[in-house]
Design a protein around this ligand. Structure first.
Ligand SMILES: Nc1ncnc2c1ncn2[C@@H]1O[C@H](COP(=O)(O)OP(=O)(O)OP(=O)(O)O)[C@@H](O)[C@H]1O
Ligand SMILES: [Mg+2]
Length: 228
């Protein structure tokens, strides 16, 4: 479902260049659940953005369902994302001028889904926010905003769901509910999951775990020996 080949990400910093990722390759099968773990600053969020087609690598390629998204125009990539990808960001990326329900409904409306608001209500209920639908993001706690973001990603029933610390801002009980929802989607709909997490229990539920070391190397968690 996802094939990344030798992706590197370099960004200009002052007079020099910072290498965030270097020649990373990775394959994720359809329906697989993969956890990416690693220290803060190792490049996990950068990698997820590139795999999801939100950001471009400096070199290398990413294929989603056999299509090279790195070689596409920006418009074609946006269409590809709308068709395949859901994303739960580390920072929630909710639109401040829209209510919780409108935020969840937006991507569905962009697909001309007539039932967008009803579907949004159903997913908000599933994440425990039935009584917060008309609240604006500024009227929601951090954990509630995260749950709206999760509902928004789920409501589109994407083939691949990328989640960056999906439960990082939640209490244990709410976090467990969100985790259950993630794996429900994975099992019932065959959604491919790629999750960045610091949480051992969430990583443990994934079929495979990779440790990102200094942006340059993946090691299966079970075989970890090298330290940055
Ligand atoms: N646009 C950018 N310009 C310069 N440096 C950047 C940029 N984006 C990320 N970085 C740097 O690249 C490194 C990797 O960032 P990234 O956000 O991918 O880390 P992470 O593994 O997700 O960390 P965390 O666990 O703290 O979320 C960091 O040191 C960060 O400061
Ligand atoms: Mg991050």
């Amino acid at each position: 479902m996802i094939k990344a080949y030798k992706i590197s990400k370099k960004v200009p910093i002052a007079d020099t260049e910072l290498t965030i990722l270097e020649a990373l390759s990775l394959t994720v099968e359809a329906g697989e659940s993969l956890a990416i773990v690693g220290p803060s600053g190792s490049g996990k969020s950068t990698l997820l953005g590139i795999l999801a087609g939100l950001d471009l690598p400096s070199s290398g390629s990413v294929h989603i369902d056999g299509q090279n998204i790195t070689a596409m125009t920006e418009d074609a990539r946006a269409e590809m994302r709308a068709r395949y990808v859901g994303f739960v960001f580390q920072s929630f990326h909710l639109l401040p001028g829209l209510t919780a329900q409108e935020n969840v409904a937006l991507p569905l409306e962009l697909r001309s889904d007539k039932a967008a608001m009803d579907t949004a209500a159903r997913y908000l209920q599933r994440v425990g926010l039935a009584d917060r639908m008309t609240h604006y993001p500024r009227q929601l706690s951090g954990g509630e905003q995260q749950r709206v973001a999760v509902a928004r990603a789920f409501a589109c029933q994407p083939r691949i769901l990328f989640a960056d610390e999906p439960t990082g801002n939640l209490d244990i009980v709410t976090g467990a509910t969100i985790n259950d929802l993630l794996f429900q989607l994975n099992q019932e709909e065959g959604t491919t999951l790629v999750i960045v997490t610091h949480e051992n229990s969430l990583a443990a539920r994934c079929g495979r775990r990779l440790h990102l070391q200094c942006g340059t190397q993946f090691t299966p968690v079970e075989e970890m020996t090298v330290k940055c």
